[in-house]
Design a protein around this ligand. Structure first.
Ligand SMILES: [Zn+2]
Length: 240
């Protein structure tokens, strides 16, 4: 049987039979991988805690037709600060859910992997609502539908820009306005993000603007996915 080594971030896990789990990973080189973790629900199993959702691991798997099988796994990062703080766990689970939705099975996606790992490290370091908001818009960019933020998405005028519409995919001026009203501060967040200012944006403290930016990112992402994100509305922290 063929095997492969890779790095992965566990996105979710479901029960399989009495003692096993099927764990979905986003990997660095093999895209989304679904792998059986055998015996992990037995008491005192050493592998079980390493394949909980969020864990960043290095692993060796046997390649199967539909499901792979985890042979060896080592924990690289557990993101302990995220796990012990519900304010951070909710956005982290929402990011995992979004990635699970967009990632393709067994299709290399190093940019997506790097983006998720970077966002989880930022969140583990410090909580800010700009992290989830920025992740939503960056992910839309990776999907080829990044928001138009430097001009009106309908008439191309410079603005002032006062609204955001997911169907058009960007900000709108006073005369073209539709969708959601946005403040000048949220407009500037989108423009900072659109001009390579991610690091600067992540320095922004929690504020009503940061929260409005997060909600806008989630709304745009849910529009793109065509469904609600369960983790974003689970009551773990975020409310709409
Ligand atoms: Zn316009």
């Amino acid at each position: 049987m063929a095997h492969f080594d890779d790095e992965g971030i566990a996105l979710r896990a479901i029960r399989l039979g009495e003692t096993d789990r099927i764990v979905t990973f986003l990997t660095k080189e093999n895209g989304k991988v679904r792998a059986v973790a055998k015996g992990v629900r037995r008491p005192k199993n050493r592998i079980g805690s390493r394949v909980e959702p969020l864990s960043h691991v290095s692993m060796m798997c046997w390649r199967g037709r539909e499901l792979d099988t985890i042979n060896q796994v080592e924990l690289l990062e557990s993101f302990r600060a995220i796990r012990s703080d519900l304010d951070r766990m909710s956005p982290a689970l929402t990011m995992l859910e979004m990635v699970d939705q967009v990632a393709l099975e067994r299709s290399e996606s190093p940019e997506l992997f790097a983006m998720l790992l970077g966002a989880l490290r930022a969140l583990d370091n410090r909580y800010s609502p700009t992290i989830l908001g920025a992740f939503c818009f960056k992910l839309l960019g990776l999907e080829g539908v990044g928001p138009i933020a430097d001009r009106c998405a309908a008439c191309e005028s410079e603005g002032p820009l006062v609204a955001f519409d997911s169907a058009i995919g960007g900000l709108l001026c006073q005369s073209c306005r539709r969708g959601l009203a946005v403040s000048p501060e949220v407009v500037s967040y989108l423009q900072i993000l659109g001009t390579g200012g991610l690091a600067r944006l992540l320095e922004e403290p929690a504020s009503p603007t940061a929260t409005a930016f997060e909600h806008l990112g989630l709304a745009a992402m849910e529009y793109h996915l065509g469904r609600r994100l369960r983790s974003a509305h689970s009551g773990l922290g975020l409310s709409h």
